[in-house]
Design a protein around this ligand. Structure first.
Ligand SMILES: [Zn+2]
Length: 252
């Protein structure tokens, strides 16, 4: 089997799992989204298996310029310490920037403290712009999730809508050409602060990107075949909606 990797101005899904059951039974991988812009490599949300998946796909963590952590839930953060250790070559090289909410570094830290002097840690805030090696990362409003969570816009090329309940400003904030959203459910489930497939219609109704990619699938959504749901949304809206799969590469 051919294992995909990426070159400059591409991203790769090292995982498309969402929700406890899918992630912690590894029904899909959960290594996050990795991208390269201006020949700089970045990782978003390195969940369980990120280290193994990154090396398998030849996006080597010791080449990373930065890591963006949306929030501290384990399906997003479980491998972040291993990735940091690899990025800094076990502390032998002081390099790299980690963007993470304060909640993930202080309140209930998922990022260990002992090696923080080996890289630059920045606590992400709402409506901020960060420049890492010439690649601009923007945050918008805090998401409506159970812990402090931010999505991002990366070099104005793609948006990542991390875990959140849908809210009306989402299509106004994340209005770039490629939009990636964590859509855990096919239909709304009471009591969960996550998007569902019906929310994708609401988003596209306000702002239609060139490409809308859904990912982070829970078990109930996997049973509904997300690629068929995506096709049906595309047909009804005229927007190119795609269900991500593990190892999928996207040109930026
Ligand atoms: Zn979460």
């Amino acid at each position: 089997m051919r294992i995909n990797t990426i070159g400059n101005n591409q991203l790769i899904f090292l995982g498309t799992a969402g929700g406890r059951f899918t992630v912690f039974n590894q029904l899909r991988k959960s290594g996050g989204i990795w991208f390269m812009i201006n020949n700089n490599l970045f990782a978003i949300d390195p969940g369980p298996g990120a280290l193994v998946e990154s090396i398998k796909h030849k996006v080597f963590p010791n080449k990373l310029s930065g890591i963006f952590l949306s929030h501290r839930h384990l399906d997003h953060s479980a491998d972040i310490n291993s990735i940091i250790e690899s990025m800094t070559e076990g502390g032998h090289k002081k390099r790299g920037v980690v963007l993470a909410p304060r909640d993930a570094t202080e309140t209930d830290p998922v990022i260990l403290k002992y090696n923080r002097s080996n890289y630059t840690l920045i606590n992400t805030k709402e409506f901020s712009v960060y420049d890492i090696d010439g690649v601009e990362i923007q945050t918008k409003a805090k998401h409506k999730h159970t812990v402090e969570t931010y999505g991002g816009i990366f070099a104005d090329r793609f948006a990542y809508i991390a875990d959140t309940s849908y809210f009306d400003e989402l299509p106004l904030y994340y209005n770039v050409g490629i939009v990636i959203a964590n859509v855990v459910f096919c239909h709304q489930r009471k009591g969960f602060k996550h998007m569902n497939a019906d929310d994708v219609y609401k988003f596209i109704d306000v702002y239609k990107p060139d490409k809308f990619i859904i990912t982070h699938f829970g078990l109930s959504f996997l049973k509904e075949k997300p690629w068929e749901v995506a096709k049906s949304i595309s047909q009804k809206t005229g927007c190119d909606v795609i269900a991500a799969y593990d190892g999928m590469v996207v040109d930026l």
